[in-house]
Design a binder for this molecule. Structure first.
Ligand code: NAP
Length: 293
């Protein structure tokens, strides 16, 4: 697998991602390959920022002229307090994963919903009139819930360890959309005979915890037609494996990650990235993950 070639000079623009932990992020690879394909004079680097350093990091990044930042766990919600402007979709979702430099500070966007939608569309999966089970009620789940509501799902079931957080998420969605919503504790069995789409958004099953799944009930797996896990490492989580064994179609989170990154780059530089480049890079990244590099 080829590496990423970087030529730095006095005009190089810096981009990056802030999070804690940050060591395992794929974003620098995706963006630096994108930069290379586009022949732009930019570089994208990871920044390890702890919770108590978030405000200083945002102001410091602006002072340093950093053009664009991605924001990941655990800063997606807290970062809202340190922005000069927030895009309407990010406001609805209540979480930001992309910052674009403006004269006086950063404007926040959320490209996770776009990433998830594009990934579903790319695999011919539609949300319209579907019964959807959403596992989790954190930052990524918020983007998924608003997406489901905006795409006209028939019913949204939110299943989460902390019921209060699921209720809060339902309240947020109801503020904007007239969606039928039901709340369930984690691992409980739902009444519906069929779950058209189950979207798994918790970190359970991630690399290092790959023998864990958020649900264990066979009865639940039997009802799932399409299972989506937004985790991409491992490429097949235990949740996806069990869903596949119960005959569900499965999709992991790599395309969501890829397309949210594409959208962020388009926002930073007011441009559209050619589909030929997108398709080439997506294939390359999938191969890279497959080989576990
Ligand atoms: P978050 O805001 O911290 O939310 C985590 C959610 O998972 C909460 O609902 C939490 O439940 C639940 N959870 C965490 N640990 C749990 C456990 N041990 N048992 C039961 N429930 C547990 O995180 P996030 O930002 O939404 O990210 C979640 C995952 O999505 C991460 O793995 C992240 O890497 C991935 N992600 C992927 C993409 C992509 O592009 N593919 C984009 C964004 C995020 P409680 O409410 O009970 O705490």
């Amino acid at each position: 697998m080829r590496g990423v070639k970087v030529n730095l000079n006095g005009q190089t623009k810096v981009l990056g991602v802030i999070g804690d932990p940050i060591e395992h992020t794929m974003s620098p690879y995706i963006h630096n390959r994108l930069i290379e394909e586009l022949s732009h004079n930019h570089v994208y680097v990871p920044f390890h920022v702890k919770k108590d350093g978030l405000e200083k990091a945002i102001h410091g990044a602006h002072a340093l002229g950093i053009q664009g930042l991605n924001v990941t766990i655990p800063h997606k919600e807290e970062v809202l307090d340190h922005l000069v402007e927030v895009d309407i979709l990010a406001k609805q979702i209540g979480a930001v994963n992309t910052l674009k430099k403006t004269a006086n500070g950063y404007k926040g966007y959320n490209t996770d919903a776009y990433g998830l939608l594009t990934s579903l569309e790319h695999n011919n999966i539609s949300l319209k009139d579907k019964v959807v089970l959403l596992i989790g009620a954190g930052g990524a789940a918020k983007a998924a819930a608003i997406l489901c509501a905006s795409q006209g799902v028939k019913k949204l079931m939110i299943m989460n360890r902390t019921i209060k957080k699921a209720e809060d998420l339902a309240y947020v969605v109801k503020k904007y959309y007239d969606t039928q919503i039901e709340i369930y504790p984690l691992n409980s069995v739902v009444l519906d005979k069929k779950i058209h789409l189950c979207i798994q958004t918790t970190p359970i099953g991630m690399h290092g915890h790959s023998n864990e799944a958020p649900i264990s009930e066979s009865e639940l797996y039997q009802k799932i037609e399409v299972a989506v896990d937004i985790i991409y490492n491992p490429m097949e989580t235990l949740f996806l494996k069990r869903a596949r064994e119960h005959k569900a179609l499965t999709l992991n989170g790599i395309e969501m990650l890829f397309y949210q990154g594409i959208k962020a780059y388009e926002i930073w530089f007011d441009m559209t990235i050619p589909l030929t480049i997108q398709n080439k890079l997506l294939l390359e990244i999938k191969n890279k993950l497959q080989r576990g590099i």
